[in-house]
Design a protein around this ligand. Sequence first.
Ligand SMILES: [Zn+2]
Length: 387
Amino acid sequence: MKLTPLELMTKLISFPTVSRDTNLPLIDWVEGYLGSHGIKAYRWPDPDQPHKAALFAHVGPWEEGAVVLSGHTDVVPIDGQDWSSDPFTVTERDGKYYGRGTCDMKGFDALAIWALVEAQTRGVKHPLQLALSFDEEVGCTGAPPMIEAMQPVLPKGGPVIVGEPSMMKTVTGHKGGQGLRTHVIGHEVHSSLLHIGVNAIMASAPLITWVNDTNVANRDKEPGPLAAMFDPPYTTAHIGMISGGTAHNITAGECDFAVSFRVVPGEDPQAWCDAYTEAALQVQSDIQAIHPDTRVELSPWFRVPALVPEDNGAAEALTRQLTGDNETHVVSYGTEAGQFQEAGYSAVVCGPGDIAQAHQPDEFITIEQFNAGHAFMEKLLARLQQG
Ligand SMILES: [Zn+2]
């Protein structure tokens, strides 16, 4: 039985696929649903996380150049959020569909699954692919192995549409991101003797100051043409969490935090990490001068490539034709589109809903936006049916 886009979204949202939890029941269901319409789905089971898998499928002529519709299956947690209705039950109120993932991004996933089944049953002259990832919300770590796994299995796809909420605008650029975890190991003594101890929290302060100074210096730089498209028009560094110490009168033995960079296209994220590493090495040599057992350990956290606006990009041309939107849009958040682009695809971000509603309590997508996504898929199907 064929489900409507709304029925599909309702089904997808009923699976509480918070990033830390399994997405296999959702993947099982999608695989079964596609199979019931004669579509073979392939999965990439994550060997390091047996409770997670990505899924991809191809419909239409077995040839290269398929339009690829891609979304992530994971959602952010609802912990500590005050919801007016069950987050995992789609609820319609005031012209909106409420539920965790309606906007980010099971609404698009549902539309993509719907389009794939329609392409199969109507018959298309040009192929369509679906790619559903996981672990997007924890640093876009699920898409790269999925993209790699697709290569030997499916004919190489052409334009990729990553349906993150963009109000159906064609987003051709976004910042990249890279992060480093920082673990400072100090030397514990009674704080009355702090001159012979190393307080890991206080030793971390120069690194936090380095982050602040970097933001000020970047803000005051003249932006290049690519950077100028963004708000703010420069690379930013951020520390969102910190922990350390055990008592007010003991020099902190450890301090943990992570620094992340949002890097404008055209700048090398690794160069920012290298600069931070240099600052960390300076801190390490300073504290080791006080006590040799102290150190600063850095470890890679995540890396998301920027989406660089393409010259005459196939994905951009396609979504502009389908939406009629010819303006330039870039966003400051990372998506899997940069990862597809890095793997050699032409990629854009274009999906229903407003990013402002993502991750919020009472997350919603307006019915108008959901229907706009549906209309987009209808136009795409009509195009794939043409000779
Ligand atoms: Zn998302």
